[in-house]
Ligand binder design. Structure first.
Ligand SMILES: [Zn+2]
Length: 504
């Protein structure tokens, strides 16, 4: 009953935004816990494959099935990925680390405990710089640690409560997960969204995870509380679960923010609880208290030897670190003279940045490269639902196209068509231009007769031009372009037209 009443007043509250004087009374405090699946070939404590989509329970062994008497051995690559992440997030890297058992019973966890890290994470005291409306803001990173993924339960029927039985698939059990916990430095749902984007870009750059939220390789839980503006004391927080996309994080947090402020405004207390974001209804609901029992009774895993992290190894990883998105963005602005907007866009993914840079190094006008990428290439990729990695055109295609425009072989209008065809077929622009006879006509004698015909056929616009209407000239140029199927060089047409009209 409480839920239903709660939803009805909230719906009313959320339809209108909070009055400014109410907004100004409070401050929002958000912290995010992000879980990412690491891109290792094998699981974290055994040699089983991490490949997705195999038949249930085919990627299992006594270790990840939790059979008695087995000994887990840590996957060095997973530790390396976690250290690399810690370094990329400006964390300190522990000299000494260990694994702990987080004890709880759930059918997808056959050992009855999950191997995780408790008091000695691999990385701690880090930060991420996010850019909020043009301003840089530092968000603290409390910890980076490793843990194992649990199996997957498939409940018969539509929901767990009505199920007669559940099926367990342990292919997922033991896949390495990395948890990244932020400090409660995030001040709005929008900042939370930017933080996630920035974090995802960094993780993709260093190649530790593909961070596909829709495929579950990146998951996020959020803590949110409200306190009087200026206060240093935290309010009671709620934990939000089931945030399945970056937008859901922003929307769920916004709902929760308003809900908590409204409760405080009415003199009520915010209850510390875990809430579930219902995307369809657009509301958060309290989860059953059974699911919030946090008494895990951690203790060190006696089967796994503690890890001594050698400084030499950390230094080596530091040296192998690729240029990160923020550095690359600044360099693009400096080196290629790009505006911040372009630089930000082009450095969002490494593949996009590489594409740009390969062209920009060989071409005189980097801004033109950026323009083509941000408009035409992006449009074609979006309409084909392809990522830049899957793009049928490469830097070579764009370079060849730009050269054809520069040499006056094709007009910009034709270039767009050629680019589209290159995207469809993968053919080089030079080849397309040759095959389809698209070479621009700049030859005056060839254009002259077409221009004469247009002048003859359009006495109205010609008269308009003579009476001083510049727009009429544009119309006539357009007619010549049409007549030559877009192949005429517009600058040349413009010039000859003016000459001819001034004589007539
Ligand atoms: Zn295994």
């Amino acid at each position: 009953m409480t839920c239903i009443r709660e939803v009805s007043w909230l719906t009313i509250a959320l339809e209108s935004t909070l009055p400014r004087e109410v907004e100004e009374k409070y401050e929002t405090v958000i912290g995010l816990e992000v879980h990412v699946q690491l891109l290792t070939e094998s699981k974290i404590f055994c040699g089983c494959s991490t490949k997705f989509g195999a038949d249930p329970n085919t990627h299992t062994c006594p270790v990840c099935l939790g059979l008695p008497g087995v000994l887990p051995v840590v996957n060095k690559k997973a530790v390396e990925f976690a250290i690399l992440t810690a370094l990329a997030l400006n964390c300190e890297v522990s000299n000494f680390s260990k694994f702990d058992r987080k004890n709880y019973f759930y059918p997808d966890l056959p050992k009855n405990y999950q191997i995780s890290q408790y008091d000695l994470p691999l990385g701690f005291k880090g930060s991420i710089i996010i850019s909020v409306d043009g301003e840089q803001k530092r968000i603290g990173v409390r910890r980076v640690h490793l843990e194992e993924e649990a199996g997957k339960s498939i409940h018969e029927g539509s929901d767990i409560m009505g199920s007669r039985f559940s099926l367990e698939d342990y292919n997922r059990a033991g896949i390495p997960l990395m948890e990244i916990v932020s400090e409660p430095d995030i001040r709005s749902p929008h900042e939370a969204y930017i933080y996630l984007n920035t974090l995802r870009n960094i993780l993709r750059y260093i190649g530790v995870s593909d961070c596909k939220m829709e495929e579950g390789s990146l998951r996020c839980d959020a803590n949110i509380s409200i306190r009087p503006a200026g206060s240093q004391v935290f309010g009671a927080q709620t934990e939000l679960k089931n945030l399945n996309s970056f937008r859901a994080v922003e929307k769920g947090l916004e709902y929760e923010r308003v809900r908590q402020i409204m409760a405080l405004e009415r003199g009520e207390k915010v209850v510390r609880e875990t809430r579930h974001w219902d995307e369809g209804k657009g509301v958060t609901m309290p989860m059953r208290s059974k699911e919030e029992a946090h008494d895990y009774r951690y203790f060190p895993d006696p089967d796994l030897v503690p890890m001594v992290i050698e400084r030499e190894w950390v230094e080596k990883l530091k040296r192998s670190m690729p240029e990160l998105p923020a550095e690359k963005r600044d360099r693009f602005m400096r080196e290629y003279g790009l505006p911040e907007y372009d630089a930000e866009f082009l450095t969002e993914s490494r593949a996009l940045a590489d594409f740009f840079e390969e062209c920009a190094r060989k071409y005189k006008d980097p801004k033109a490269v950026s323009n083509w990428m941000m408009s035409e290439l992006l449009r074609l990729l979006n309409s084909a639902s392809k990522s830049i990695e899957e793009s049928p055109v490469g830097p070579g295609h764009l370079l060849s196209l730009l050269e054809l425009i520069d040499k006056g072989t094709i007009s910009v209008r034709i270039a767009k068509e050629v680019f589209e065809e290159a995207f469809k077929t993968g053919k080089m622009p030079t080849e397309i231009v040759k095959e389809r006879g698209l070479i621009q006509i700049s030859d005056e004698s060839e254009l002259s007769s077409a221009i004469d015909e247009v002048i003859q056929a359009n006495p109205g616009p010609v008269a308009d031009f003579h009476s001083g209407k510049e727009k009429a000239l544009m119309f006539l140029v357009g007619q010549v372009m049409k007549k030559t199927r877009g192949r005429a060089n517009p600058q040349v047409v413009n010039r000859i037209l003016r000459e001819k009209l001034s004589r007539s």
